[in-house]
Design a protein around this ligand. Structure first.
Ligand SMILES: Nc1ncnc2c1ncn2[C@@H]1O[C@H](COP(=O)(O)OP(=O)(O)OP(=O)(O)O)[C@@H](O)[C@H]1O
Length: 440
């Protein structure tokens, strides 16, 4: 600032030029900061897409379908196109920054030269000593560097950060479950009695359609239940609500006559165990795969009983490292196992969890109907002491539950035992059952 005042006292126009030149620099820097941030964001979105394609092209879970459908070439092409698109965006950012820098340096040189030329007459007529002149030349060059490089960099960076903070605030304004990651509280002495949905209406966040609408039912501990309904009817949604994964519903959900919103989340997690249709297959040892159900705490007697119950004892005896054998393909001595064996392990994990409420959300979808019925029968026998909800499309498997709830149009449209539902003429369940029966 002092340099600017000294220059202005000698050549007013020199100072004015300096000030005028700084304005477009700063405005451009601000604009570039915002534009570059937007471009970087778009490039990242494209990178996520091609990384996903790379995953499909390289991960072994896709190997069979890759070979079968022979889509690799097409996907490879899409990968290349996206890669080019993202590269073009990054090149654009680089070009902008580079051309801005170059323009900055040319303007800096020209303006510095101009101001120095405007100071020359004072040096010439003796109004300014050579020492002051050199100091001023130095000052002008430093000032122009500040205006042409450093200030635009700070302003551009600041504009970029502001845009980023806007996105960050948007992210933080999304609703989240604060205690989603708490560890299940296994110490509780919970005794299950009932689950009740009372006029529950629910739609997923940021969506328009109600999946459940005024849905009401009660399930009691002394019975087993099956939830049935067409694809997308809302069976898994009911499970997610029981698990406390969503709070934004109308109506009330009770466990043991107590609103689930008043339960501690770690408590809810400890009393409910689910085997989902897309249950996880962990590339760790078989023993760990099962004991994950209770925080990897190993209890030999319990573990042995469960592997026996789920029918894995003989299989484990054939393995080189028995239950310590690693599953999957990560290690050289890992072994790959069948879909049915993975399912037995997932069910074993649920049994190991000790949770009094057990839910099987179609984990047996990969099995044929007879094998599925056998797994359910096995589960039915093993799990007599624990409350179980089955979700299945195979009505032969649903048949063995004490009560079947049929979900239709967001509500329980029919409920009762298999025989009761079969007696409803043209009922949803009886029609579905007879249709399935005719397939076999
Ligand atoms: N996270 C989500 N966000 C938005 N909509 C969702 C979400 N999860 C599920 N849905 C929608 O909610 C509806 C019910 O899904 P849900 O998984 O509960 O059905 P389902 O009866 O279990 O189906 P299926 O028999 O196919 O497993 C579907 O239309 C689905 O598209």
């Amino acid at each position: 600032m002092s340099i600017l005042i000294i220059i202005m006292s000698d050549t007013l126009w020199g100072g004015v030029i300096l000030l005028l030149v700084s304005v477009p620099f700063l405005i451009t820097a601000q604009k570039l900061g915002i534009q570059n941030y937007t471009l970087e964001k778009n490039a990242k979105a494209i990178q996520r897409k091609y990384n996903n394609i790379a995953h499909i092209l390289m991960d072994r879970t896709f190997a069979n379908e890759r070979k079968l459908f022979g889509y690799s070439k097409k996907l490879q092409q899409r990968y290349n196109d996206l890669n080019d698109e993202s590269f073009a965006m990054e090149a654009k950012i680089f070009t902008r920054v580079f051309s801005n820098l170059k323009t900055g340096s040319v303007v800096t040189i020209v303006v510095s030269g101009l101001i120095i030329a405007m100071l020359l007459p004072s040096l010439h007529n003796g109004a300014m000593s050579i020492g002051i002149f050199i100091a001023l030349v130095n000052g002008v060059i430093n000032l122009m560097q500040l205006i042409g490089w450093q200030l635009p960099y700070i302003i551009g960076d600041n504009a970029r950060t502001k845009e980023y903070l806007k996105d960050l605030n948007l992210f933080f304004s999304l609703s989240s479950k604060t205690d989603a990651c708490v560890i299940p509280n296994k110490e509780n002495k919970f005794v299950f009695q009932s689950i009740e949905f009372r006029n529950v209406s629910f739609k997923y966040p940021n969506t328009e359609n109600y999946i459940l609408y005024n849905c009401s039912f009660v399930m009691y501990s002394n019975k087993t239940y099956a939830l049935v309904g067409v694809n997308g009817a809302g069976k898994s949604t009911i499970i997610k609500l029981i698990l406390g994964m969503y709070d934004e519903y109308n109506g009330e959900i009770f466990i043991n006559n107590k609103d689930i919103k008043t339960y501690d989340y770690s408590m809810l997690k400890s009393i409910i165990a689910v085997v989902f249709q897309d249950f996880a297959t962990y590339q760790i040892s078989l023993k760990e795969n099962i004991t994950l159900g209770n925080n990897l705490i190993y209890n030999n007697g319990k573990f042995e009983k469960i592997v026996q119950d789920v029918g894995l004892t003989d299989f484990i005896a054939t393995l080189k490292n028995n239950s310590d054998t690693h599953l999957g393909k990560l290690k050289q001595d890992s072994i790959d196992i069948s879909g049915g064996q993975w399912q037995r392990i997932a069910i074993g994990r649920l049994l190991y969890s000790n949770a009094p409420i057990n839910i099987l959300d179609e984990p047996t979808a990969a099995l044929d109907p007879i094998a599925e019925s056998k797994v359910y029968e096995m589960f039915h026998t093993l799990n007599k002491d624990r409350f179980t909800i089955y979700i299945t499309h195979r009505l032969g498997a649903a048949k063995m539950s004490d009560e079947i709830l049929v979900i239709h149009n967001g509500k329980i449209a029919e409920s009762g035992s298999h025989n009761e539902l079969m007696n409803i003429k043209d009922g949803i369940y009886s029609v579905m059952f007879n249709t399935q029966k005719s397939w076999y």
